[in-house]
Design a protein around this ligand. Structure first.
Ligand code: FDA
Length: 302
């Protein structure tokens, strides 16, 4: 109930205006978003590298409504790739297709992604296309496969809460695509998605077992020890060595677990969001965990 309410509130432009203009909420959001410009994100990536972890930079934004904003977003991503290369960081980028203009047309968006992917390929880097709400799943997969065929430097995300995900994985594996497996962060109906945590978790483990033996370098993105332990066990039982996959976690979440996995010799990548448009991302993080909402409310009233 609370999760659904917060995900619904994430669409409110009035709440967005209030939250992003309030000094206290801006400070609290820094727990999840290191800053509004590229430089603090680069600094955060450098700290991750020093701590033995890779990074993925995400310039926050989604559902842009005009070409100028979409092209500005594209330039922010190519700038991020250039800066990563110039500073010799172990980092790639993650982006959302609605930020590159998916709502303005598939062809336009595919062209935008291709420019970013070509820059990534030229710099021997990689672009991860995040997965958004189910209204975009088919179009995202189609555009990703097209960009992958052209440059090879693109991978995407599969959400364990969707019933369709097993079929999508098979399809992407045939195309040789690198996949980040997540539970899924959007509000979806029971006709297409598991709603109960235990069903989502069971499907996550099932899909992990499809991914790891594929010989392609995938990412298990979760903070849940009940997903991480079966992954470690399955990899050990099937002689899948620690360099054949990575764990991914979000900036500021379960930093204890991040360091523990590094100490155990696993590859860990931290997803570092930055930018002015942090409100929907921030609301999704609150929705995932009531304790975050409590922390937020307590500090706000204090
Ligand atoms: P779950 O939500 O069951 O939580 C398990 C435990 O993790 C909790 O008990 C708590 O300890 C900790 N935890 C989880 N969330 C927390 C939070 N916000 N604050 C503090 N502790 C928390 N989704 C999507 O739909 N499309 C995408 O492209 C991506 N991309 C993505 C990239 C990366 C690197 C990550 C880690 C996640 C995503 N997600 C995503 C989000 C994902 O779908 C999911 O909503 C979150 O990862 C939370 O799910 P968990 O697997 O962590 O488990």
């Amino acid at each position: 109930m609370l999760r659904a309410l917060l995900l619904e509130l994430a669409k409110s432009s009035r709440l967005r205006r209030w939250i992003i203009s309030n000094g206290t909420t801006r400070r609290l959001a820094q727990k999840f978003v290191p800053g509004e410009d590229l430089s603090p994100a680069i600094e955060a990536a450098r700290r991750c590298n020093h701590a033995g972890m890779a990074a993925s930079l995400d310039h926050l934004g989604e559902n842009v409504l005009n070409r100028e904003d979409a092209e500005r977003a594209r330039r922010a991503y190519t700038d991020a790739l250039d800066r990563i290369a110039a500073e010799n960081l172990d980092a790639n980028i993650s982006l959302k297709l609605t930020h590159l203009g998916l709502d303005l047309g598939d062809e336009f968006c595919a062209g935008q992604l291709c420019i970013v992917a070509q820059r990534a390929a030229a710099l021997h880097n990689f672009v991860r296309v995040d997965m958004e709400g189910s209204a975009y799943t088919d179009r995202t997969l189609r555009i990703v496969k097209q960009a992958r065929a052209e440059t090879g430097a693109v991978g995407t995300v599969i959400q364990a809460y969707l019933y369709r995900s097993g079929r999508d994985i098979q399809d992407l594996l045939e195309a040789g695509c690198r996949i980040r497996l997540v539970k899924g962060a959007y509000k979806e109906p029971s006709q297409i998605a598991f709603l109960r945590k235990k069903d989502v978790d069971a499907n996550y483990v099932k899909l992990m077992k499809m991914l790891l033996p594929s010989g392609i370098y995938h990412a298990m993105a979760t903070h849940d020890p009940n997903m991480i332990e079966p992954t470690i066990r399955f990899a050990a039982e099937h002689d899948i060595t620690k360099d054949k996959f990575e764990f991914q976690m979000l900036y500021g979440i379960r930093t204890d677990l991040q360091s523990r996995l590094v100490r155990q010799g696993y590859r860990v990548r931290i997803y570092i969001p930055f930018g002015q448009d942090w409100f929907p991302y921030f609301m999704r993080r609150l929705a995932e965990r009531p304790a975050n909402l409590l922390f937020f409310a307590k500090n706000l009233f204090r």
